[in-house]
Design a binder for this molecule. Sequence first.
Ligand code: NAP
Length: 242
Amino acid sequence: MRERTVLVTGASRGIGAAVAEAFAAAGYRVAANYNTSGEAAAQLAQRWPGRILPVQADVADRAQVEAMFRQVEQQLGGVDILICNAGIARQELFTDVSVEDWQRMLDVHLTGAFHCCQCALPYMLRQKWGRIVTVSSMWGQVGASCEVAYSAAKAGLIGLTRALAKEEGPSGITVNCVAPGVIDTDMMAGFSAEDKAALAEETPVGSLGSPAQVAKAVLFLAGEETGYITGQVLGVNGGLVV
Ligand code: NAP
């Protein structure tokens, strides 16, 4: 069997970069998608010569996603494993959310996953094998104050995951979701050291999570042996949401 090809969206930094590196270390061929952080994606690829290919696309843009899939198919072969991880965050009162910000949140998280899954599925269906893992959030499970748009987009992603798992199960394709808790990445840049310490204290295991810990869960759900797990939401949250 040839090496599997993985496409990880939002892989220039944070959780996505850790996921890309975990797959590369496990011997997969990895396409690491980025939107604006070309330099960071290039550095990631340099650390894994011949293993990680940086590919640019705004996942919210259908034409760019289609072009990205064509590029990956030409350079690495068809995408066997898709990780929908790209995301943005914004904290503000619901009453202050502009129509544009609401739409962008849904476009990146939910429509982005829709575009990527639709582009990935024809090849997976031909192979009668595929793995899709979406990266939601514990806020998509329980909701967060001042992150209503984010929580709604992430809850939508869980709905997409569960429904698509039912539709694609007969074709040998599993669709699962990882729902991280508080993970120490750039997305947490707006939080002070005190805020982070308070969040760690609130967490049953007593710390924030790392991108590598999320990557382990993603790698597991994308594995050869996990074909009987589908439609599931796996929390990686230190016990904050059970
Ligand atoms: P991060 O460090 O801010 O990285 C976000 C990544 O998403 C970057 O690689 C960024 O690429 C990419 N991205 C953003 N918009 C994109 C777009 N339109 N098209 C393609 N790529 C795009 O965030 P993170 O913490 O690693 O988060 C990764 C995922 O985990 C997100 O879906 C996030 O919602 C979820 N999550 C994070 C936490 C947490 O506590 N950190 C908790 C739960 C869930 P560029 O820099 O190139 O734009």
